[in-house]
Design a protein. Structure first.
Ligand code: FAD
Length: 501
């Protein structure tokens, strides 16, 4: 008997395995979903299907040098599992933390690796989903049925990153590498490396390789906001000296960080110029008065319109100061055999070019969804709070926060889904879907994101593929943890936006 046979699940007469809840993805969202389900709806059978060979999602896929979080782990960690290390963590440290959550809660036997889901069919007659896909180890087709789908597949393609098409790329005689598919044996020692991009990935990668390269250049079209600080949390460290219990330290530190972040976000909107000056002064402190901060570190947008990149210990700036790394702000005209020719006419020669140019957005894991044989066109749906979609029953997508740690929403939605499932059991109903209420019928329907509020490139490039949002708070993902932490627990499950059958 295999381990999975000991778990609660059943097989239909056709031999298809059936679970109450099927979780897609074993990243930080999927593992969190499993934990909450076990705790709050313990009678539900469930399985996690994951196409990779192990858990971790983002933290398993990305293997470039220096890979680390840019959120603090007190809030990127789950609320139920204390974080005991320095606030900014490496991918390995995050994987260890997640591994402990899996072991401590016996989640491992519920996960099936190398299981890729390709299609999901909803039957209103059966009131259940049928999932189809394949095993990546054996190539065998797979088929499962489930009452409820908990979509924890993230928001971008794991297989390949986004690289723009530049003229002459094929002429370049060196190697072109995307951080998302970093070759483990890439030899950059004593080589000239050009990193294109200046987001969190570039800011991590540049100092991590600067010591080994002959030289590393960070080429950006436009600057990013950076926040440099020491990788310590003084409050947590003090509480440790006072021998306060780690679970208390976790909760107190989380509250303090979230309080400070709320203040920072509020100020970014209310006094953007003051915040801008503070951020730029922080950079100036590292680079000195003679460095051209205006050109290389002063973004065109106001703070918080894109994710802020955190620079622990100011390591990026230390690399620049030491002459190991250079920032160039210019546009690419074309690639040549030797490197990149800029619009200014300068040629940046390189042995290796790293395109830290972002992700390809994936809408619901690129799974082909249909409801009663009618394909789901996501842009024709309206989102209920960025988690459910009109016309699509028994499904929740965990789409976290960008301005706060993603995982804060994993916990909030964990509570919500379990509350919903338990409510449905009490009502004796088998399906739920959100639908616009009569009072919503005239509501304006808009693209998923408000570009004025938040506008990262990977979202803007593929926004036309995303579901729509409405103008009322319940019909959008407002990216506001501080509002949602009160609103989500108070959602009225009897509201007529929920249609039960
Ligand atoms: C380099 C990097 C650094 C980041 N740093 C931070 C940070 O510091 N703070 C923060 O808040 N956010 C950060 N993010 C955003 C980050 O992706 C999320 O915070 C979080 O890790 C997402 O978790 P997830 O479980 O929802 O998705 P993912 O981590 O993307 O995991 C999804 C999993 O689902 C699997 N999957 C997808 N489709 C299918 C399918 N069809 N069938 C089976 N399995 C499937 C994938 O293989 C993957 O394992 C970062 C992102 C990147 C890329």
């Amino acid at each position: 008997m295999s381990v999975t046979d000991t778990l609660e699940r059943s097989e239909t007469p056709t031999g298809v395995e059936h679970f109450d809840v099927l979780i897609v993805g074993a990243g930080i969202s999927g593992v969190g979903a499993a934990y909450h389900l076990q705790q709050q709806s313990p009678n539900k059978s469930f399985v996690i299907l994951e196409e990779l060979e192990s858990f971790g999602g983002t933290w398993l896929t990305h293997k470039y040098p220096g890979i680390r979080s840019d959120s603090d782990l007190y809030t990127f960690g789950y609320r139920f599992k204390p974080w005991v290390g320095p606030p900014i963590a490496t991918a390995d440290e995050i994987l260890t933390y997640m591994g402990e959550v899996i072991d401590e809660n016996d989640i491992g036997p519920h996960i099936r690796y190398k299981h890729k889901i390709e299609a999901a069919h909803w039957s209103s007659k059966e009131k259940q989903w049928t999932l189809e896909g394949k095993r990546l180890d054996t190539g065998e087709p797979i088929r499962f049925t489930a009452n409820f789908l908990w979509m924890c597949q993230g928001y971008y393609h794991h297989a390949t990153g986004y690289t723009p098409e530049w003229e002459g790329m094929e002429d370049f005689r060196g190697q072109i590498v995307h951080p998302q598919t970093w070759p483990e044996d890439l030899d950059y020692k004593n080589k000239n490396v050009l990193v294109i991009g200046s987001g969190a990935t570039a800011a991590t990668l540049v100092p991590a390789i600067a010591g080994d390269c002959a030289h590393v250049t960070m080429l950006q079209r436009s600057p990013t906001y950076f926040r440099a600080a020491r990788n310590v949390n003084e409050l947590a460290d003090l509480l440790r000296v006072l021998e306060v219990d780690e679970s208390w330290i976790h909760e107190i530190t989380r509250r303090a960080i979230l309080f400070e972040q709320a203040e920072f976000t509020r100020r970014s909107f209310e006094e953007p110029e003051v915040v801008r000056k503070e951020l730029l002064d922080g950079v100036r402190e590292y680079l000195g008065p003679d460095y051209d901060i205006d050109k290389h570190f002063t973004p065109r947008y106001r703070p918080w319109r894109q994710r802020l990149a955190f620079v622990p210990e100011g390591d990026l700036f230390e690399g620049i100061k030491a002459g190991k790394a250079t920032v160039v702000t210019d546009e690419i005209d074309r690639f040549t055999d030797k490197g990149v020719l800029l619009k200014s006419g300068e040629l940046l020669e390189a042995d290796i070019i790293v395109t830290a140019t972002g992700f390809n957005l994936s809408v619901l894991g690129d799974i082909a969804f249909d409801v009663d044989d009618k394909p789901v066109e996501w842009p024709n749906t309206v989102t209920y709070r960025g988690m459910m979609f009109t016309g699509v029953p028994n499904m929740v997508w965990v789409f976290g926060y960008f301005r706060a740690s993603w995982t804060l929403r994993v916990d909030l939605l964990g509570d919500f889904v379990c509350r919903l499932l338990n409510h449905m059991d009490r009502m004796g109903v088998k399906s739920v879907r959100p639908e616009l209420r009569p009072e919503d019928k005239d509501m304006e329907v808009l693209p998923w994101l408000d570009e004025e509020n938040f506008n990262p490139g990977y979202m803007l490039r593929r926004m036309h593929l995303m579901p729509k949002r409405g103008t009322k708070p319940e019909w959008q993902h407002n990216q506001d943890y501080w509002a949602e932490r009160n609103e989500i627990p108070e959602i009225d499950l009897e509201d007529s936006a929920f249609v039960y059958e």
